[in-house]
Design a protein around this ligand. Structure first.
Ligand code: ZN
Length: 167
């Protein structure tokens, strides 16, 4: 179910952008940021740490979901909103569904960035949400999209092959 972006959403997305930028401003460092908020309180705020850990599943959203669940001592994040600077991948979208977040808000969408950020040519993660058995999860894209997209390689950027994650 799609939902509208509010000024409150933009406030939290700015925080997610700051967290993404804490890795530096070079797109080669994969600066992705995620913040999970409920009732005005931050439950988790993480950047992606795939190379640092190293852990292929350590996307910003996965890390933030882990921190949020640990923090509240509950595997369910009902009523929480997950903010991500980039449209979540299939893994993170599924993790959002499983963790029971109520809403997913992302910044840059699939068309705003290089294809290397997505694992599949055809599957659109928005369909995962639309097709989920849950009818209590909403998704909204394009929150501060231009600002978020500046963190990443653009659709037409010539990215060196060794820096491309999925090709
Ligand atoms: Zn992901």
């Amino acid at each position: 179910m799609p939902s509208k972006i509010t000024a409150e959403d933009e406030k939290w997305m700015r925080m997610a952008i700051d967290i993404a930028r804490s890795k530096g401003s070079d797109p080669s460092t994969s600066p992705l940021g995620c913040v999970i908020v409920r009732d005005g309180a931050v439950l988790g705020a993480e950047r992606n740490q795939t190379q640092e850990l190293p852990d292929a599943t350590a996307h910003a959203e996965m890390m933030a979901i882990r921190r949020a669940c640990e923090g509240i001592g509950d595997m369910e994040l009902r009523g929480a909103t997950l903010y991500s600077t980039l449209q979540p991948c299939g893994m993170c979208t599924m993790a959002s569904i499983w963790s029971k977040v109520g809403r997913v808000v992302y910044g840059a969408g699939r068309g705003d960035v290089h294809r290397m950020y997505f694992e599949d040519r055809h599957i659109n993660t928005l369909d995962f949400i639309a097709d989920a058995y849950r009818d209590d999860i909403e998704i909204a894209g394009g929150c501060l999209a231009a600002e978020c997209a500046r963190l990443y390689y653009g659709p037409d950027d010539d990215v060196p092959e060794e820096q491309q994650g999925n090709i």
